[in-house]
Design a protein around this ligand. Structure first.
Ligand SMILES: *Cc1c(COP(=O)(O)O)cnc(C)c1O
Length: 227
């Protein structure tokens, strides 16, 4: 089993190679390490290796780890999981970016939770499956939601996020996401971020223009069992 520094370096090499073959600058790609189900100790180890962007998908875990690592300067938390309105306050308190805004009520809850003199960066999560229970806005709801967020003085719409469906070719899913991203930019031209790509499909995501990759297991190793 390669060590943590080796796994991190291997992923970064994959990202650089994918960027090169797409004619892109790897420096324009943010690699977020998803530490869900792993202890705050791992966040510290990764921080010491130079990682600054971390992802969590559950509010309780985000809150606990953010508090345990609050001494680490420059660390940024990305909230990437399905969000409930009653958890919005805690998420807004700790996350620099919320990737999973998928309906009006979530936008409203985050707006209320964020400090009024502050900005909260958000991404509009898009559901690329037919299953409405999966997180993300249905394609028909994307433009109204983008307009809603664009009208907020607190939330700053930075782009879109999606998870490739299990039963689809990642390349096709990410091409579809890129098309939705362009529609969002017709409303908010600055919303250029595309959060896509995980351990298994980061190459396809980079080829399709992803600016933010959410990488878990390829760096952290398997999540503790039961997770
Ligand atoms: C867990 C998770 C990831 C990371 O997945 P890996 O396959 O472990 O790289 C990325 N995005 C979301 C939304 C996740 O929940």
């Amino acid at each position: 089993m390669p060590s943590l520094p080796q796994r991190l370096a291997a992923v970064d090499e994959r990202i650089s190679a994918a960027a090169r073959s797409a004619g892109r600058d790897p420096a324009e790609i943010t690699r977020i390490v998803v530490t869900k189900f792993h202890p705050a100790r791992l966040v510290r180890e990764l921080f010491d290796l130079g990682v600054r962007n971390f992802g969590e998908n559950r509010q309780q875990e985000l809150t606990a780890k953010a508090e345990e690592t609050s001494d680490l300067d420059g660390l940024r938390w990305h909230f990437i999981g399905q969000l409930q309105t009653k958890k919005a306050r805690q998420v807004a308190a700790h996350a620099s970016v919320v990737h999973s805004v998928d309906r009006d009520r979530i936008a409203q809850a985050l707006e209320r939770a964020a400090r009024p003199d502050d900005h909260l960066d958000v991404l509009l999560q898009i559901n690329l499956t037919e299953d409405a229970a999966r997180g993300g806005a249905a394609p028909a709801d994307i433009l109204p939601l983008a307009e809603r967020i664009a009208g907020s003085s607190v939330l700053r719409l930075r782009g879109v996020m999606a998870v490739a469906p299990l039963d689809a070719e990642p390349a096709e899913a990410f091409a579809e996401l890129a098309a939705h991203a362009a529609r969002v930019r017709s409303i908010v031209p600055d919303a250029r971020w595309i959060s896509a790509g995980m351990s298994a499909d980061l190459e396809e995501a980079v080829a399709a223009g992803a600016t933010h990759l959410r990488i878990g297991t390829a760096i952290t190793g398997e999540r503790p069992s039961g997770a």
